[in-house]
Ligand binder design. Structure first.
Ligand code: SF4
Length: 473
């Protein structure tokens, strides 16, 4: 059960430390993107080509079957899974067959979406996140708050507190300070033991090339290389929309996440995996599995919302969104926060579950559209989702009735004039010292925290009529 938006909003806005951290970090990331485009005259051309390649790939459902055939041809195993339950069952079956109890994971939003960690833990399988940000929030028992930087809501001293608590549980020496090197050294020491003892490595996938069945992982810490080479089994969970046709597509697509997310030309590590360890090779897993995840994606394909599937999870829309900049990711109450999360969450699950996201967490300012390398028109989709919510009866009856009455009255000049006269009378209930403040009913809640300009004592139409009467006697 999700908490109501006013509660999530109140908690976020009360958290001064969170708001200071967001105000410091997000504009820097957004400016990095702008500078990266200014410094590279070819970047815009590449971006448009990348967008077109993604649009083509998303419209082509046959790519998943091609990719599956290519993976199997190189000795890997491929399957399609409908939801979290099927994905977890697949992994649990591998774990039982191999007597595995320990999993290491690199950062993957799709596994968050499937609640894979919780499902595996319920089956007695221990999962350790190895991306530094994910490691921090796993220890803190939190969800990611930004698609690229999952622990962006925590500053160094808060991270130190998390590590000190964890050190007590692990029975190891706690970090002595909140110095970055000290904190990363602590995480590295603990994670090294996890890498070496893990039976299964789990990753997501940024892209997957259909022609060769090659999985592409983009990271900044190199932890994915450990996850995919040290354990004897590697399982990748890839959203079915992530498949692209050929390596040629990658030339334009690879720079997009880093360039738009943080303003860097490329991420630090790009890992390409085309199958399990081959005879004569010294490294790599014995088993390589790719699970193509649907979890609601096929119900978006072929609809007016299809373009949201072209998202490359760069996070650029998070960095520029005025709402996200104030409340951060946890206020969305869902795995995917930020502007793309406000569309993806109701589309992947249901509008009944998350109609508050497109309604309440967007000002329709269009900053996300300008930042998005895939040109996804999110505000357009939010308006469509709001309409759908009204059609499905998800809005309180009073709100729908108010809007219907309003639009009916304003369809005619007579109705408009009457409504203005009525509003002028009604506003007396809310007027305090020349401003609208407090008062009874829904409007009272609104005016308690916002300024609302009073209706003019005389509209332009009324003034004009008065002038005309005066002129013609
Ligand atoms: S919607 Fe666009 S800007 Fe936002 S994460 Fe996806 S690709 Fe990036």
């Amino acid at each position: 059960m999700r908490e109501a938006w006013p509660i999530r909003r109140y908690r976020a806005l009360q958290d001064g430390e969170l708001r200071r951290t967001l105000a410091r970090v997000l504009p820097r990331m957004a400016e990095g993107r702008v500078r990266a485009y200014e410094d590279d005259p070819e970047a815009e051309v590449r971006r448009v080509r990348a967008r077109d390649r993604r649009r083509e790939a998303v419209r082509n459902p046959g790519l998943v079957e091609r990719a599956m055939a290519a993976i199997e041809a190189r000795g890997g195993r491929a399957a399609q899974v409908r939801d979290g339950e099927e994905a977890a069952a697949y992994l649990i079956e591998i774990a039982r067959r191999r007597g595995a109890t320990r999993v290491v994971k690199s950062k993957s939003m799709v596994t968050e979406e499937l609640e894979l960690n919780q499902r595996l833990a319920a089956a007695g399988i221990e999962v350790r996140e190895t991306d530094l940000g994910e490691y921090i929030i796993q220890l803190a028992g939190e969800r990611p708050s930004h698609i690229l930087a999952p622990a962006i809501h925590r500053n160094r001293s808060q991270v130190k507190d998390v590590f000190v608590d964890a050190a007590t549980g692990f029975g190891v020496e706690a970090p002595a300070s909140d110095d970055l090197d000290v904190l990363t050294a602590f995480a590295r020491r603990q994670l090294r033991a996890d890498f070496l003892s893990a039976d299964i490595g789990v990753t997501g996938g940024n892209f997957l090339v259909a022609e060769t069945g090659t999985l592409i992982l983009i990271t900044n810490e190199g932890n994915a290389d450990m996850v995919t080479t040290l354990p004897e089994v590697h399982v990748a969970l890839v959203g079915m929309e992530k498949v692209v046709e050929s390596f040629e597509d990658l030339t334009d697509l690879l720079p997009v996440p880093a360039m738009n997310g943080v303003g860097r030309r490329l991420s630090s590590y790009t890992t390409m995996i085309s199958g399990p360890r081959q005879p004569g090779q010294l490294e790599g897993p014995e088993e390589f599995h790719v699970l193509f995840v649907d979890n609601g994606r096929s119900q978006i394909r072929g609809t007016p919302f299809e373009e949201v599937l072209t998202c490359v999870r760069c996070g650029a829309c998070y960095n520029v969104c005025p709402v996200f900049r104030q409340v951060g990711g946890h206020a969305y109450g869902s795995v995917y926060g930020g502007p793309i999360g406000s569309a993806l969450t109701p589309l992947l699950s249901s509008l009944r579950y998350a109609h508050d996201l497109p309604e309440s967490l967007c000002t329709l300012c269009h900053a996300c559209v300008e930042a998005c390398p895939m040109d996804i028109d999110l505000p357009h989709h939010f308006v469509a989702l709001r309409e759908q919510a009204v059609r499905e009866g998800l809005k309180p009856k009073g709100v729908s009735l108010t809007y219907r009455t309003w639009s009916h009255w304003w369809e005619s000049p007579r109705g408009y004039r009457r409504s203005i006269r009525l509003a002028r009378l009604a506003q007396r209930l809310y007027e305090r010292r020349g401003r609208l403040q407090g008062g009874p009913g829904l409007l009272g809640g609104w005016t308690r925290t916002r300024d609302m300009p009073p209706v003019a004592r005389e509209t332009f139409g009324e003034w004009w009529e008065r002038q005309e009467e005066r002129r013609h006697g």
